[in-house]
Ligand binder design. Structure first.
Ligand SMILES: C[S@@+](CC[C@H](N)C(=O)[O-])C[C@H]1O[C@@H](n2cnc3c(N)ncnc32)[C@H](O)[C@@H]1O
Length: 299
């Protein structure tokens, strides 16, 4: 069952927000637009991306010992491939907070089919979810924190829901490794636009690098920071992953100067030309698995 939590009194989302320039940081009390949306095309992109990256998350689940009987919460499960994996490992229900009115019922429908019982799915922003206190053994999110204004406030919410000894495991980007060979003349402006696109709604596309300090400041013990970097030639799953995302959002990125429509058109041509060169390489942003533990208080 999908539960709709009562939204807090944050400001209503502006209809012009999507096209707004990154002129200010949003605070916790502002609403923000989820810039990638929940269209059928985005759902398909998420499923393709999951096929490439789920094994990396499964290895993380091994390391943090997601197993029978654990109380688990997933934030932002999207199309739900990892939600099903978490349920399979727990052998029972897993809770979820999912903001999208399209993705949340999809998660509930998926969970109704595997025989592990109904978890709680709160369809709302994480900050509005009525999470139980000191309850979860494991809280997991992949590619959610990069969208969030005020990540410290979101982390504090999760820490309160974690039981002593429990872990928060997050997978997010360290964006600085993103590159293409042969070099593209507009790359620096493109990377700046990539950052500005996320910052326009208060996010940080490279939040992975900030997470160790954020976890420390939230009072957690840092258990691990584990990198995965993918590099691929044209036709590889890595090339296709980066091309599907960046060629899909290139026109929207052109709204963030100094990247513009002409630069976007040049880069698109360069990208498609490189796709015919077997020696070309796309170097991905590094995915960092960052795990923090709520240490038990000594008696
Ligand atoms: C890029 S998708 C990642 C989906 C999934 N975790 C994966 O790895 O494929 C980000 C997801 O986070 C959800 N989301 C974004 N902001 C959220 C918030 N404040 N509270 C709950 N869910 C949120 C989106 O609706 C979307 O499902």
């Amino acid at each position: 069952m999908v539960r709709r939590a009562t939204p807090s009194k944050r400001a209503p989302r502006s209809s012009t927000a999507r096209n707004s320039r990154p002129t200010r940081r949003l605070s916790t009390t502002d609403s923000y637009e989820y810039i990638l949306g929940d269209s059928p095309k985005e759902s398909e992109r998420l499923r393709n991306q999951a096929r490439l990256w789920d094994p990396v998350s499964h290895a993380l689940f091994d390391r943090i010992a997601v197993g029978p009987g654990k109380r688990v919460l997933e934030v932002g499960p999207g199309q739900g491939s990892l939600h099903l994996e978490l349920r399979r490992r727990v052998g029972g229900p897993v809770d979820a907070v999912e903001r999208s009115p399209v993705f949340a019922p999809h998660i509930t429908a998926l969970a109704a089919r595997d025989g592990f019982g109904a978890g709680r799915t709160w369809q709302c922003d994480l900050l509005d979810a009525p999470l139980p206190r000191a309850h979860y053994d494991i809280i997991f999110a992949r590619w959610v924190f990069l969208f969030l204004p005020d990540p410290a406030a979101h982390l504090a919410k999760l820490v309160a829901a974690l039981r002593p000894g429990g872990v928060i495991a997050l997978q997010e980007y360290h964006r600085a490794t993103l590159d293409m060979v042969p070099a593209q003349p507009d790359w620096a402006a493109f990377c700046a636009a990539d950052r500005a696109f996320f910052a326009s709604q208060g996010g940080d596309v490279s939040i992975g690098s900030q997470l160790p300090a954020l976890l420390r400041d939230a009072g957690l013990q840092l258990d691990e920071t584990h990198p995965t970097l993918r590099v691929g030639h044209p036709g590889s799953a890595t090339w296709n992953w980066l091309s599907e995302y960046f060629l899909g959002v290139m026109d929207r990125m052109a709204e963030f100067p100094p990247f513009d429509a002409a630069a976007a058109a040049r880069l698109r041509r360069g990208w498609l030309a490189a796709a015919n060169d077997p020696s070309a390489m796309a170097v991905g942003p590094t995915v960092l698995d960052v795990v923090g533990r709520k240490v038990r208080k000594r008696r």
